[in-house]
Design a protein around this ligand. Structure first.
Ligand SMILES: *[C@@H]1O[C@H](CO)[C@@H](O)[C@H](O)[C@H]1NC(C)=O
Length: 159
């Protein structure tokens, strides 16, 4: 009995995760800082992303909203003062083990004139790219398996 419990506790951390989950990553390649809030049923703390830095969170479901929106502005209080906002939204579907991702703007286009790209780590999944920082229109929603990473780059080099 003692040996069994020792073995159990020793081996538990080695059990493989049945489903590895990827991340939503926001890479700031602009020359200025940007501000991000992770919003589901409630609003997460403000994250400041310095030029050349990134923000990352593991895909997860919000208990009340399900989906999550990473809301990005160029001004420090942008979420609360009606500033132009880029929303990088995702929904993790645990039934199909897929993540759905989308890009949209509200209250204007904060990155107008710059390139915005969402590139999946699995090149077989859909890319979103706005060559002028403005939505080309139509549905932008793409999906990929949940263990992929999806990188939104602000001020990307090109589409
Ligand atoms: C973002 O900047 C880094 C560092 O200069 C560069 O390696 C990377 O290719 C850039 N990403 C995009 C999508 O332009």
């Amino acid at each position: 009995m003692h040996l069994l419990s020792t073995l159990t506790f020793t081996l538990l951390p080695l059990l493989p995760l049945t489903h590895a989950i990827g991340s939503a990553i926001v890479q700031n390649n602009c020359t200025y800082p940007v501000y991000l809030w992770s919003v589901g049923g409630s609003i997460g703390p403000r994250q400041t992303i310095a030029p050349g830095s990134s923000y990352s969170e593991t895909f997860h479901r919000d208990p009340s909203s399900g989906g999550i929106a990473l809301k990005i502005t160029k001004t420090p209080n942008g979420l609360f003062d009606g500033s132009p906002q880029t929303d990088y939204a995702y929904t993790l579907d645990t039934d199909t083990n897929k993540v759905f991702y989308d890009l949209s703007d509200v209250f204007g286009d904060p990155f107008s004139g710059s390139v915005l790209s969402v590139v999946p780590s699995d090149s077989g999944c859909g890319t979103i790219c706005w060559p002028n920082g403005v939505s080309p229109g139509g549905s932008q929603v793409k999906n990929c398996q949940a263990n992929s990473n999806e990188v939104l780059t602000l001020c990307a080099r090109s589409c």
